[in-house]
Write a protein of this length. Structure first.
Length: 512
């Protein structure tokens, strides 16, 4: 009789032990992947530094769709164009969620985290790229800071109607600080896996690197900056009226769409963050390539000179007349992708793909770096060669929206419903900066004063690029010289005109 009473207890304990033992195991219908350990799955194998390199190696071993068990959770890494099209585009309704992140979505932004972008008037691009030329002309050794200012000022003008005349603008400094802290706290292993093992939230944070304090620090900095920027827009509306910036448009629709001030603050702020450093990172890698591949630089300059000459600056109307420049922009996006793993998606419902079962909640990584290293599409993928895209000069949005997955030029702007709304903005940012810099300057390696040999930048992603969510090279020396006196004088003239007639309506000196 006693055994009969104990039987349910024994059965329950047995089921519990079996269930715990199954945590971390790969189910029979999941895509293949690295061997797992009980409970932790593949967590012990997750690379803490530049994970896209290991993800690409695993893709060579396990194929274009493989799985990783992250404790009780599942991640699937995609490095196959056909499967990406099938899951991310054709099944976008099920694959457009973002994975739950306690740190990013709740401790930092309190749940209101959405990226939106709009097109921008070409006059902003034209004027800001003119200041870029002027800044490089005045202090060429600070080229990386000038690229950051250029990228930041464009998105600031679009989102808040406030430009960044200098990299030392207080809001620019605050944003750069936030971007750095945000990147650090979102790296693999930077915080305990509380999303996978919620019980870890009960462990005193002092034993886990004070992760909540670090997240709270970013939260406070985010709200200080974004809140201050929005208050400046609200004050401007009261004194001089609304402008055509994103923040103004959001405020106008506040009641219509039920947006709270907190919603608007974070919608505008996250748009600023998302658009500020990406173009600068791509342009830094591109400038590295111009030093390492001088023949590519000369070919592009010959095309620019034939179309534009030295009596005027290139404008967007020249785009179709300069196909090599169009392919150079694409190659800059491919060669060293700013977001090598994109931004993860999550399945909102179960899916079967190629006979494999992907359960609801599966985190999806598009291995952008691995796709861009595909030798079947890009012979010699580590070589910067715009001819990888010869004859393919349409803008990135047209290829991204093509029904044929083979038409996709690169994966720098995401997929499906999460395709970056700033895709048009980024294409134009890069084209304006690259074309004008090549029109104006010769970009060469600096010479070592002792050895008299050129100092070449390190293009290796392992040793020449920073850690973090985005791929950006370490700063390197470059010798940037104006190509002619006529071009110097035209830069000075165009800058004086922009400073007198365009910049004033976007400048606000009393902010912060």
């Amino acid at each position: 009789m006693g055994l009969l009473l104990l039987a349910p207890v024994i059965f329950t304990v047995g089921v519990l032990i079996y269930s715990i033992a199954c945590i971390g195991r790969r189910g029979p219908n999941l895509p293949n992947g690295p061997r797992t350990l009980p409970i932790i799955g593949n967590l012990h194998q997750m690379p803490l530094h530049k994970p896209y390199l290991q993800f690409t190696e695993w893709a060579k071993q396990y194929g274009g769709m493989y799985s990783l068990k992250l404790g009780p959770g599942t991640a699937v890494v995609l490095t196959d164009r056909r499967i990406i099209k099938q899951i991310m585009d054709k099944k976008a309704s099920a694959s457009s969620n973002r994975p739950v992140s306690l740190v990013s979505q709740h401790l930092i932004t309190e749940g209101d985290h959405m990226l939106m972008m709009d097109n921008t008037p070409s006059k902003i691009h034209q004027a800001e790229s003119v200041q870029l030329l002027y800044d490089v002309l005045q202090s060429p050794d600070e080229w990386m800071q000038h690229l950051k200012r250029f990228s930041n000022s464009i998105i600031m003008s679009i989102v808040y109607g406030i430009r960044s005349p200098s990299i030392d603008a207080p809001w620019t400094k605050k944003l750069n600080d936030i971007v750095e802290l945000w990147a650090r706290i979102n790296e693999f292993g930077a915080t305990p896996p509380v999303d996978l093992f919620p019980i870890l939230k009960l462990v005193p944070q002092r034993f886990l690197g004070n992760w909540m304090n670090r997240a709270s620090l970013v939260h406070d900095k985010v709200h200080n900056l974004y809140g201050g920027l929005l208050r400046s827009v609200e004050e401007r509306r009261r004194t001089t009226g609304p402008t055509d910036c994103i923040a103004d448009r959001l405020l106008e629709q506040e009641e219509k769409h039920g947006l709270s001030s907190h919603n608007i603050m974070l919608l505008a702020g996250v748009t600023l963050k998302g658009g500020s450093d990406t173009s600068a990172s791509t342009l830094s890698s591109w400038l590295q390539a111009m030093i390492l591949y001088p023949e590519v630089q000369k070919k592009a300059q010959a095309e620019i000179d034939a179309v534009v000459g030295d009596k005027r600056l290139p404008t967007w109307s020249d785009y179709k007349s300069m196909p090599y420049l169009a392919t150079m922009v694409k190659e800059a996006m491919r060669w060293r992708p700013t977001a090598p793993l994109g931004f993860p998606h999550a399945l909102s419902e179960d899916q079967w793909v190629d006979g494999k079962f992907l359960p609801k909640g599966t985190v999806l990584f598009v291995n952008v770096y691995g796709l861009h290293q595909d030798e079947s599409k890009f012979p010699h993928p580590n070589t910067f060669d715009p001819d990888h895209y010869k004859g393919r000069t349409l803008l990135a949005a047209e290829y991204a929206n093509s029904a044929d997955y083979e038409n996709r030029d690169h994966y720098g702007f995401g997929n499906g419903r999460r395709l970056c709304p700033g895709i048009h903005l980024a294409d134009r940012n890069l084209w304006h900066a690259i074309t004008k810099l090549l029109w104006a300057f010769k970009i060469e390696p600096k010479m070592d004063p002792e050895t008299k040999k050129p100092i070449l930048p390190d293009p290796s992603v392992e040793t020449g690029y920073r850690e973090g969510l985005t791929m950006c090279p370490f700063e390197f020396p470059a010798m940037i010289t104006v190509r002619s006196e006529a071009r110097r004088q035209l830069i000075l003239k165009e800058y004086a005109d922009a400073k007198a007639n365009f910049f004033p309506k976007y400048e606000q000196v009393d902010l912060f």
